[in-house]
Design a binder for this molecule. Structure first.
Ligand code: IPE
Ligand code: IPE
Ligand code: MG
Length: 488
């Protein structure tokens, strides 16, 4: 599938400045959703924002944020009466429509709004006028009317409605959709009219409750092009693009660009499962005149960061090689230190699996592990078993040991597919990409069965120095390879 980024897309200036303003605040009240986007709302909730539907719910003297969609003069007055501190993020263009509505009303004209009844922006605009109608409702008997439109309407539809109104009324108007909305719609229309129209589809990124997102979907539908809409990574993973040859990617005016980038990398061949042979802790420590154990402690810090980076990149499975069946040969002091470090890490908050919604699993010979480590592992496995993203740690793990353990449990003849069921984590897909650090170019008995067709990336960096940039180099190297898997 070819991916085409549709330009322009995404955040408009009004939303951008509303979000920037809001991100400066903490523990405040926000009247309605700041913008209609679930990712933004979640982020603000994490900052302690409380979303309310009326200023009456805001305790006297507290701060209230007016959303980008604007508020009516009555609400503004009520907020002042309650002595609330007001942070107004109303989009300047919405504000302009408010002023036009008030002006027309002051001229004694009934106001007709071309917009969606019930939308918060429309309610705010309507409240500016003494007499307001939301099209198709119209004033009976009036000769002259004022006309405005909701800023995120379909621009063609607005034009057509204005034309119709002109047949029956004398009108004064400020009926235009905002420029950002119009440009995004025009770009989608242009993409849809591309040469191979029948094999094209549009993916609109944004939340279901967003008006401008819905309009982008409608534009593609009108052009007879298949449309997908995703508001989150989870929704994106659930989509089937198998019949699509060229996918146009766009996003609504309230969709954060980082979600767009994330979706793009998922669509463009990002690995789903990365496995890492974390090597080089000892050499890192030695080079600094430190004990090997210090290298392992630094390595553990790197691992916490890698977990986060993989989350940011929507990597669904991360498997790390922490201790091999061969590592038991190391001096007792180092082995004991490592086992202690594993317990400490699993107990600490740094790898907060519950908060990050990550399923923890261990692969390897459980019978070899100290009792306190095994009980911590089983406790975490049980507690996190319902999460979708997975972090799999290989301890006392050997690829040959895994195969032998499987063979000893097998009953009767097996195929490649049914043999898999006897491995330690049969439901986890094979790694797409295996990274080994520290310059060693070997697999050291890691996932022998599962890596039959994995891509390998060997990095010279020692594990404690492994960086986000190096992870991205590994992922890009993977994304550019042609995985033929025995085909041509
Ligand atoms: C890898 O680092 C971590 C474990 C085996 C636990 P090493 O300890 O193998 O580091 P080097 O290879 O000696 O540098
Ligand atoms: C592989 O590293 C095992 C882990 C990273 C846990 P080693 O450092 O133990 O492997 P060799 O001995 O270099 O092959
Ligand atoms: Mg090593």
């Amino acid at each position: 599938m070819k991916i085409e980024v549709i330009e322009p897309h995404g955040l408009c200036a009004g939303v951008n400045s509303a979000i920037a303003k809001a991100l400066q605040l903490k523990n405040v009240y926000c009247l309605h959703e700041l913008v209609h986007n679930e990712i933004v709302v979640r982020e603000l909730k994490d900052l302690g924002f409380k979303f309310v539907e009326s200023v009456n719910e805001v305790p006297v003297g507290e701060t209230v944020v007016f959303s980008a969609h604007g508020v009516s003069p009555a609400i503004r007055k009520k907020a002042e009466e309650r002595k609330l501190k007001i942070v107004d993020t109303t989009c300047p263009f919405v504000d302009k429509v408010h002023r036009a509505a008030a002006k027309f009303s002051a001229q004694g004209l009934p106001l007709v709004i071309i917009g969606h009844k019930g939308h918060i922006e429309v309610e705010g605009i309507a409240a500016e006028a003494k007499e307001a109608y939301v099209y198709p409702d119209l004033p009976i008997g009036a000769k002259k009317i004022g006309v405005v439109s909701q800023t995120t309407m379909n621009s063609d539809e607005v034009k057509a409605i204005v034309k119709k109104l002109e047949r029956n009324y004398q009108i004064v108007k400020m009926a235009e959709v905002c420029k950002a909305t119009k440009l995004r719609q025009d770009a989608v229309r242009k993409f849809c009219r591309g040469a191979d129209r029948n094999s094209r589809a549009v993916l609109v990124l944004g939340s279901e409750g967003s008006s401008n997102v819905k309009r982008l979907c409608e534009v593609a539908e009108e052009e007879g092009v298949k449309v997908f809409r995703a508001g989150s990574v989870a929704e994106l993973y659930a989509m089937d693009f198998s019949s699509v040859e060229t996918l146009g990617l766009t996003s609504g005016a309230s969709t954060p660009e980082r979600f767009f980038d994330e979706a793009l990398s998922i669509l463009r061949n990002c690995p789903r499962h990365i496995a890492i042979i974390m090597d080089g802790n000892g050499r890192w420590a030695l080079a600094r005149g430190k004990k090997r154990g210090q290298g392992h402690i630094e390595g553990a810090k790197t691992l916490s960061k890698v977990l986060k980076w993989c989350k940011d990149r929507s990597i669904k499975y991360l498997t790390v090689y922490a201790f091999s069946t061969e590592n038991w040969k190391r001096p007792k002091e180092e082995v004991d230190g490592l086992m202690g470090l594993f317990v400490k890490m699993l107990k600490s908050k740094t790898l907060d699996f519950m908060k990050n919604k990550v399923r923890f699993r261990m692969i390897g010979r459980r019978g070899d592990l100290p009792r306190n480590l095994l009980s911590e592992i089983t406790r975490l496995e049980e507690k996190t078993k319902d999460f979708d993203r997975e972090f799999i740690v290989a301890i006392s793990y050997g690829g040959r040991a895994e195969i032998i353990d499987a063979v000893n449990r097998v009953k009767g003849p097996v195929t490649e597919e049914t043999f898999r069921n006897y491995l330690y984590a049969p439901d986890v897909p094979d790694p797409d990409l295996v990274i080994r650090t520290s310059g060693e170019v070997r697999t050291s008995n890691f996932l022998l069965w599962q890596t039959a067709y994995s891509e390998f990336y060997f990095s010279d960096v020692l594990w404690p120095d492994f960086s986000e940039a190096e992870l991205d180099r590994a992922i890009s190297s993977y994304a550019m390879r042609n995985r033929r898997k025995g085909g041509v």
